[in-house]
Design a binder for this molecule. Structure first.
Ligand code: F6R
Length: 370
């Protein structure tokens, strides 16, 4: 059932183009507009939404963090993202105009389920983004947007993550369309960029694995890794750090690159591997220059730089010891490709150490206790 792959994780990473494609295509009508008839929330209720709170745990919460950047930009309403277990026990402010989006691959995560029950008790509507048909979380929600990633067997979540981002983007663009917050042309352009992503992920899968494998060999003895990113690269850094600790049992920390000088740079010592998610360079992306200056700072302290960057990025070529390339794409789409080499890196490092990548120690695929 691994279809020729030596682990489910490997197979599932390679299913990412299809996961995005399947999650996207059923939701576009012939004119290229988003059709969410499947979501049983009244248009009036949707239009009245004045705040979104995304809840989830682990990888699902990072997909929510990515979505925050996009949805706030498109819809111009505040989006909060919170770990479900923290949200549940802190008396959050919820009204009938708050839309709570519960993201869960399994649909059985007890922390997320308890949080959504609490939100509904307070009168808010809950929309689930879920990969498992008929699971508890979609059953107890007001509406559901399924991710069509297909069953995910490996404990470490991979294809579900890209499908969750895709589904959340569809939701955001739908709200933008409904609220007239963004011009139709811009929505169509953004959808075109999204439609191009399966091919771009495929490019990464076709070209980058040998680089990642070499990197895993070179880094086999490293005791700890830092992961840094800004904007949507920040949750990608957190996800990269989570993957590596989950399956390779390596001590990792992910943080916002802007935080470096506020503390974490003290950790940087000769040879410390530091992974940077470098935003696209095209146009006047001010964040690109800021991330590059972060790279310079840690390089000057002897760090070993691993970068995920846009093909042909000359600044990155100057400083990085290892580069995983991404094809050109808009910044908001970049998480869909940038996470791929980080998933592969975690997998390769775990395999090198002889660990079972599909069944890491101490972890279960779905966490059904609080
Ligand atoms: C990471 C991972 C966990 C899950 C988290 C939420 O690889 O597997 O962090 O993402 O337990 O699980 P779901 O999405 O099933 O609610």
């Amino acid at each position: 059932e691994k279809g020729g792959w030596d682990s489910f994780m490997d197979k599932e990473i390679h299913e990412e183009p299809a996961a995005v494609q399947r999650t996207l295509f059923g939701r576009l009508d012939e004119d290229g507009n988003i059709n969410l008839d499947e979501v049983h929330i009244d248009e009036h209720d949707f239009k009245a939404v004045d705040k979104i709170i995304v809840i989830g745990c682990g990888t699902a919460s990072y997909a929510g963090m990515v979505a925050k950047y996009a949805i706030e930009h498109w819809v111009r309403i505040p989006v909060e993202v919170e770990l479900a277990h923290e949200f549940r026990y802190r008396d959050p402010i919820l009204t009938p105009r708050t839309l709570v989006v519960a993201i869960s691959q399994s649909g059985e995560t007890m922390d997320t389920l308890m949080a959504l029950r609490h939100a509904r008790e307070q009168g808010s509507k809950v929309l689930a983004i879920c990969n498992t048909q008929g699971a508890s979380i979609p059953r107890e929600s007001d509406a559901v947007l399924y991710t069509h990633a297909g069953p995910e067997v490996a404990v470490a979540s991979t294809k579900a993550f890209v499908a969750q981002i895709t589904a959340a983007y569809i939701l955001g663009l739908y709200l933008a369309q409904l609220k007239g917050a963004v011009f139709r042309d811009e929505i169509h352009q953004t959808l075109d960029s999204l439609k191009a992503m399966p091919q771009k992920i495929q490019w990464v899968l076709d070209t980058q694995p040998p680089r990642v494998a070499r990197a895993a060999e070179q880094l086999a003895d490293a005791n700890s890794f830092l992961f840094l990113g800004r904007h949507v690269g920040y949750p990608v850094a957190l996800e990269g750090a989570l993957k590596l600790k989950e399956i390779a049992y390596t001590f990792t920390e992910g943080f916002a690159a802007g935080e470096l000088k506020h503390g974490p740079i003290a950790l940087v010592d000769e040879g410390e591997p530091v992974v940077f998610i470098v935003p696209p360079e095209r146009g006047r992306n001010i964040l690109h220059a800021k991330v590059i200056s972060g790279i310079e700072e840690v390089k000057a302290r002897g760090a070993f730089i691993i970068a995920v960057a846009e093909e042909g990025d000359k600044d990155v070529e100057r400083y990085a010891d290892i580069i995983f390339w991404r094809p050109q794409c808009p910044t908001l789409m970049s998480p869909l490709v940038d996470v791929v080499p980080l998933q592969l890196l975690a997998m390769d490092m775990a395999k090198q150490k002889g660990y079972d990548v599909d069944k890491p120690r101490n972890l279960a695929k779905s966490v059904t206790v609080e």
